[in-house]
Design a protein around this ligand. Structure first.
Ligand code: AMP
Length: 187
């Protein structure tokens, strides 16, 4: 199954993605992780995106689309893709549709983990202590939440019509969210 995890930063997409990777022997596609890796390795892309990432702004569709392409069309990963943090714009969603169609795939399930801003802020602050992610500080947390909610609205609308779209209360405990995902997934 190919799965999209949708939801604002801090909603628990990464945690559930790791659970799903284990469950379906899948491959996590976290554009946030891929981008942080570029910065860490000081690549050409890394140099271009550092400022925007630190400001909580989006990286260009062009760069993000390029980063995910090879994984999506990889025959060894076909039908076992877990998208975490992608697509985040309508243009990315359309790019994904095209890549999947061209490689004879589709999205089987979309989960929207919906959480209020106050809970997100608390969660990311906690995570910051553990992982010390460079793009996490209070100002950018709020910025990232707002940018996410605003810019992903069209993406949400794009998918919400599908029968395989499921909204889940992301303020629930991790295990409760996992249970709900399992119920919808039926695999
Ligand atoms: P995340 O780890 O998913 O919370 O992403 C961290 C940051 O990476 C975001 O605030 C954006 O700056 C950037 N980013 C991650 N995924 C995308 C995407 N699909 N499109 C554009 N920017 C992204």
């Amino acid at each position: 199954v190919n799965i999209i995890l949708f939801g604002p930063p801090g909603a628990g997409k990464g945690t559930q993605a790791k659970y799903l990777v284990n469950k379906v022997k899948g491959f996590q596609i976290s554009t946030g992780d891929l981008l942080r890796e570029e910065i860490k390795n000081n690549t050409e892309i890394g140099k271009i995106i550092t400022n925007d990432m630190n400001d909580g702004k989006y990286v260009s569709d062009e760069i993000v689309n390029k980063l995910i392409k090879d994984v999506v069309i990889d025959p060894n990963k076909k039908g076992r893709l877990i998208f975490d943090g992608y697509p985040r714009s309508l243009s990315q969603a359309k790019n994904l549709d095209l890549l999947l169609t061209n490689s004879n795939q589709k999205i089987d399930c979309i989960f929207f983990l919906n959480v209020h801003k106050d809970i997100i802020i608390k969660r990311i602050e906690k995570r910051k202590d553990i992982e010390n992610r460079s793009d996490d500080n209070l100002k950018t947390i709020v910025k990232r939440y707002e940018v996410y909610m605003e810019t992903t609205k069209p993406v949400l609308e794009h998918y919400a019509k599908n029968t395989n779209f499921h909204e889940i209360d992301g303020s629930l405990e991790i295990d409760q969210i996992t249970n709900k995902i399992d119920t919808f997934l039926k695999v």
